[in-house]
Each structure stands twice: as C-alpha cells, then as structure tokens.
Design a protein around this ligand. Structure first.
Ligand SMILES: Cc1cc2nc3c(=O)[nH]c(=O)nc-3n(C[C@H](O)[C@H](O)[C@H](O)COP(=O)(O)OP(=O)(O)OC[C@H]3O[C@@H](n4cnc5c(N)ncnc54)[C@H](O)[C@@H]3O)c2cc1C
Length: 411
C-alpha cells in the first residue's frame, strides 16, 4: 500500500451501495458547501443493491421501518425532479394472502398498522385477487389484503439516482478506492486509510454492507450482523404475468412474488439459510460461487405449499437464479447507529434484507447524525449494542443470524 497524499473532508462514507449513496445525497442536500466523499472499492451498487428484488415495502409488522420507507418514496420524487428524469418505479401494490388463522390475525394487525401510518389498504375477494394476478390460485385464502401504494423499482437505478443527485449537489463520489483502515486515537475516529492515501474527516460513516464488521473491528467495535444469502428466481415470460399485476406476499409459505418484464420473480425464505463470515465474502461479490443446485434444493422443500397458490410453478421454465448477501441480525431488526465507546464513527449497516425499502430514512438519519444534529427517527430498536458483547465472526453468531432469515416472513 503506498500512501501518497492527505486530504480533509467533513464526512467520509465507506461503501457506494444504496445506503452510502443515500446518506451522501441527504447530507449534501441538507449541508450545502460541506465536503463529503463516498469511497467505493468496486463500481457503485455492485453488491447487494444490484441484486435486490427491490420491493419498496412500506406497510410492515416492524413499525420502526415504516417512516424510513416512506422517506424513500419522498426521496425518489425529489430526485426525479432534481434530475428531470423518471425512475419508473412500478406502483402496483401488494396483495397479502392468508390461509391460516394465525396469518389472518397477522394481516388484521397489518391493516391496523397501515391505518396508523396513513397507508391505504382494502380487502379483496379471491376472485378479485385472481383477476389482478392471473397466475394466482387464491381459493384457499381466508383473507386477502391489498395495499395499493406499494412499489418495486430497479435497485441499481435507485442507488445511482442517489449518487447522481449527490454529485449534482457537490458530493465527491469515487469508485475503485478501497478503505483499508480507520484512523482512531484515544477512542476518537479521525479518518480513513485508502489505497491512494489518508483522508481525515470530522465523521466517518461505515456503509460497507456485508463486509462492515471487518472495518468496524479496526475501530474496536464488534458490529452485530452477518452476511446471509438471499435468493430468488425469475421465470420465463408468459401471458400469466401481466406487468401491471400486483406483488404478492404469502405469509403461510414465506414467499413473495412480483412481475418482472412479462415474467414472474419469486423468492422464498428457505428452511435453512446460509451465513458466511465477512472474511469469506470476496470483495467482488461476483467471485462468490452461489450454488444454483443448493437453491433448487431449498425451493424443492417449499414447492408444494407454493404450488397451492402458484400452480404453474412446477411446470414453468426458470430463466434466472439470483443470489446475494444481505446483512442479517438474530432479531431481524436493523443494526445501525452510534457506538458508545468510539466517537466520530457511525454505522449504517445491518439492512436485514430491507435496505432498498428503508434507504431513504437511513440516508436522512445518518446525514443528520453526521452533521451533529438529532436523528429524526427512532433507532432505539436498531442499537448496535443490543446483543451485548458478541463476536461477529464466530460460527455461533453466524448461525443465529442465518436462523433469523429462515423465519422471516415479511416482504
Ligand atoms: C437476493 C436479494 C434480494 C433482495 N430483495 C430486497 C427487496 O425486495 N427489498 C429490499 O428492501 N431489500 C432487498 N434486498 C436487500 C438490499 O439489497 C440491501 O438491503 C441493500 O442493498 C443494502 O445496501 P448497502 O448499501 O448496505 O450494501 P451494498 O449494496 O452491499 O453496498 C456495500 C458497498 O460497500 C462496498 N465496500 C465494502 N467494503 C469496502 C471497503 N473496505 N472500501 C470501499 N468500499 C467497500 C462494497 O463494494 C459495496 O458496494 C435484497 C438483497 C438480496 C441479496
């Protein structure tokens, strides 16, 4: 490593995924004239962000996520106006189908939550649901709820809209620059060491996704999250899958489905998820060999209950298998915020597979914290200290995070 120059910035953000870019956008928008630098070692949005199914789900059982996702929609509208370009998000809504009394109760609670946050919802009959999604068999559904104002998007476009908007407002966004170390003196962070030099900063935000525990350790912080595999499939095209049909969430099956350019994209929460130590995730995620065969084994375990709702799944051709790593926690709550032991460093991490949805609120929250102002959102449930003293690289920790994904059933 040759260190050849020294720079200064108000804020350095490590990681150019959807979180890092959203933070840069919100920070420079609210603090014009400040110097903010994003450092991404590959290309922007190359990792989890580009692989997402990109459902921007607002209405959720975890209420703390909802204002964050509402902020994502507001940020999209702002950036479309700023860049004079449409992101073409697909506002098709989500249909939730419950076929057991336990899940009916959960849907009723979800409807109450939607009311609480001013989000629209309505009941549908099985016939109405099947008319909206011709591939769907809703005959076993005891209750169906439709939230019409939910959308999905192109996640790469979302991440790069933030980056382009931030650049337009004055942010310095760099690709191909890796951060190797954090400068810490007497529990205060002063900057970062990159492969091209040292950058001193008033504040450093770690937004480096699945790899974040590695840099956190260099600042003496044990960051509680683990890279856990997420996966989905995309079918061949068929007239069964009109582009404007709603997304569908099946809580009884732990599956979600949405249209994808005339085909159907569907994901499952497999019975046994895979967690990997951050040290074993290659820095270029395309070098990681995700096993499509292992994915098919996972799918085979849930295909019968899935076929009750999606009868064509056993016959339709599967054209694509997509897998990637998201950062999970044992309780499926985000893992982000400040450390009580080290100053001037913030952790925008632990997305629990919901980072596309919550990126707007995450961006605003860290922009405000980095500027020394109060967080406008309640992050108490996301504290990076809530699990006590853990080792994020231990097998026991990795497995507890993997188990959390296996039981997760929200969109
Ligand atoms: C298959 C799949 C489906 C998903 N579906 C959804 C969905 O429907 N809805 C939803 O909300 N979310 C979904 N997600 C989750 C979503 O993709 C993530 O929550 C989100 O992309 C996290 O963004 P991030 O910026 O934290 O991480 P990333 O996009 O992984 O970005 C981290 C960046 O940090 C960079 N980096 C790491 N270390 C360094 C370093 N030392 N120096 C410089 N750069 C570094 C990496 O190269 C990377 O670009 C899905 C994820 C997957 C994998």
């Amino acid at each position: 490593m040759s260190i050849n120059h020294l720079e200064k910035a108000n804020l350095v953000i490590v990681g150019g995924g959807v979180f890092g870019n959203s933070i840069a956008y919100h920070y420079i928008k609210n603090n014009p004239g400040k110097k903010v630098i994003v450092l991404e070692r590959n290309e922007l949005c190359n990792a989890a962000t580009s692989r997402a199914a990109a459902m921007i789900t607002k209405v959720r059982a975890k209420k703390q996520f909802i204002p964050l996702a509402q902020r994502t929609y507001a940020a999209i509208a702002e950036m479309e106006a700023l860049l004079k370009e449409s992101m073409a998000i697909k506002k098709v809504g989500i249909m939730y189908l419950a076929s057991s009394s336990a899940k009916v109760n959960e849907l009723n609670e979800l409807a109450r939550t939607a009311d609480e946050f001013g989000e629209r919802w309505e009941f549908l009959t099985p016939h109405q649901a099947e008319r909206k999604a011709p591939w769907l068999n809703a005959s076993t559904a005891e209750q169906i709820i439709f939230t019409p104002n939910e959308a999905y998007c192109d996640p790469y476009l979302l991440g790069t809209f933030y980056a382009r908007s931030a650049r337009l407002l004055g942010a310095d966004i760099r690709q191909g620059v890796e951060v190797h170390d954090i400068l810490v003196h007497e529990n205060v962070v002063h900057g970062v060491v990159t492969d091209t030099g040292i950058i001193e900063a008033d504040c450093v935000v770690i937004a480096s996704g699945a790899w974040a525990p590695i840099l956190a350790k260099k600042a003496n912080v044990s960051l509680p999250l683990a890279p856990v595999r997420s996966q989905y499939w995309i079918t061949e095209r068929s007239e069964l899958f009109p582009e404007n049909s709603p997304m569908v969430v099946l809580p009884d099956v732990n599956a979600y489905l949405r249209p994808e350019s005339g085909a159907l994209l569907f994901g499952i929460r497999e019975r046994k998820s895979i967690a990997v130590s951050p040290h074993n995730v290659p820095s270029d995620i395309s070098d990681f060999q995700f096993s499509a065969d292992r994915g098919m084994t996972d799918l085979a375990e849930v295909i019968d209950p899935l076929a009750d709702f999606f009868p064509a799944v056993k016959d339709i051709g599967l054209k694509h298998y997509i897998a990637g790593f998201s950062a999970y926690t044992p309780d499926n709550y985000l893992s982000m915020g400040t450390s009580s032991s080290v100053k001037n460093i913030l952790f925008a991490t632990g997305c629990v597979g919901a980072g596309i949805a919550v990126c707007g609120g995450v961006g605003l929250a860290f922009a405000e914290l980095a500027a020394g102002r109060a967080n406008p959102f309640d992050f108490s449930a996301f504290s990076i200290e809530r699990f006590g003293n853990i080792d994020p690289f231990s097998e026991e920790w990795l497995q507890s995070c993997a188990r959390a994904r296996s039981v997760k059933n929200s969109g």
